[in-house]
Design a protein around this ligand. Sequence first.
Ligand SMILES: [Zn+2]
Length: 183
Amino acid sequence: MTRQGPASTRREFLAATAATLGLTVTAGAQPPPADLLIAGGRVIDPASGLSAVRDVAITGSRITRIAANLPAAGARRVVDARGHLVTPGLVDLHVHVYDAVVPISIDADTACLARGTTTAVDGGSAGASTFAGFRKHVIARSRTRVFAWLNISRSVWPMPTSTPTCASSIPTWRQRRSTRTAT
Ligand SMILES: [Zn+2]
């Protein structure tokens, strides 16, 4: 009985595994056609050091190939990205997306996802008393991946004093500042 040495290449390993399972491996088999081909854009990928005009083939939720001049034939959809940048999803570390609650906030998906930011970190629009609403109405409902810095105050922004809630008794930033100044 002879003992085989370790497969020297990944291809040999896969062929040996397939043979064990009774499968046939076709040399030079083409990958399945892409669901989406992003063609001709400048691909910038800091993780791999790539900054060049390339085509990106995507099947399902995975990038299957990045190369120059990939064949468009067979791709279900082709996006002409010539003159555009193609990057991994961007991360914005300081946004305010408690839309319709905090005055300086904007809608997360309109402002972030539609402009290439797939992950955003809210810079403290919610405090301890208002974070539950932020999680329910912003984090859970946004297609953008939203994280949040929790503001050290309870509500962050002044509530209308006519609203009969406990939050109306919380001093505003301005009131607290003037209190500090006076003492
Ligand atoms: Zn801010």
